[in-house]
Design a binder for this molecule. Sequence first.
Ligand code: PLP
Length: 409
Amino acid sequence: MITINENYLKLQDSYLFSTIAKKVEEFTKNNPDKKVIKLGIGDVTMPIAPAVIEAIHKAADEMMKKETFRGYGPEQGYDFLREKIVEHDYKKRGIQIEKDEIFVSDGAKCDTGNIGEIFGKDNKVAITDPVYPVYLDTNVMAGRTGEYDEKTDTYDGVIYMPATAQNNFVPELPNTKVDMIYLCLPNNPTGTVLTKQELTKWVKYAKENKAIILFDSAYEAFIQEDNVPHSIYEIEGAKEVAIEFRSFSKTAGFTGVRCAYTVVPKELRGYTKNGEEVSLNKLWNRRQCTKFNGVPYITQRAAEAVYSEEGQKQIKENINYYMENARIILEGLKEAGYEVFGGKNAPYIWLKVPNGYTSWGFFDYLLEKANVVGTPGVGFGPSGEGYFRLTAFGSRENTKEAIKRIKEI
Ligand code: PLP
């Protein structure tokens, strides 16, 4: 008899985006004359930069000739891309990362989800709340949590670190000993960032507790302020306690192309039950070589082109475009009397729903009255209740129109 991984049965169905889609479909059916503006899902809308497209064409042509055709590539990624990453994303910021500490992949979603495989089942997990749901669900699947409690919307055994207006969305360090700490900065959904001083506390905690920080900086390219670290390795000693995840998805419009990378420094150590030290870089390398056959050559050439002079210029134009949308949303909502957060170093605006509304109640209200779609905050964790996320990834025209409508209701 084939048995199943019963941890999957603990998972709550992810109703968030499917429920949103159903509600929008129903509304559109009943109101065919209304133009609905979607600022809900965190997907980009600007096309890929011309420098990147040129690289894709060139790489595709190489595949046509016997001399330049490529089959399987290195599981960890081609040197030409890893070298660019080292040089541009780290060396330029004064950070020493070596090529063999970079693992190119097809997405930060897979990497943040899969990384748990190299860690023991008994590790205590801490997540900020609200946050990108992949961290929690993959730990449920791995059996690192207890059962789900409907009353509190939490899983037993997980340490939730609330980030709300009360603490200015800066979560406090866990007051118990934890082993795996997920940090998403700039944060999805709140748009929060931490200063160097604030992040230093987390590195210190991880060192003192022999814990690991899983640092997801998928939105690093959106940081505008100077005192905000782009990489956790800007913090002294972080190479001993942190794995960093980066993605070309939002940085360069690769949500459909698929390319990302994970940094696993060679200093990083995990421990056996007997306390023997083991290199995490070696474990992750072993895992990737066994289960992953690398990112397509064409895609890696596309990612390489992101770092060219033209590529950088073009992707920055897109990022500026989105950040101007963020400013329009932030300012517009403030003028409309909303309490708003984020939007300064991230493409997400997090707003407090008016008194008397739940996250979902406000979703219905906004859809009905302004025909604007956002994401209910509670979908990102229990501390997201009472909040709502709008994204800056829409077109300028739609963004302006959405804000105009929200002001008018
Ligand atoms: N990490 C965070 C925080 C995200 O918000 C997202 C996507 O929305 C991802 C990772 C996924 O990135 P990728 O497209 O590289 O899988």
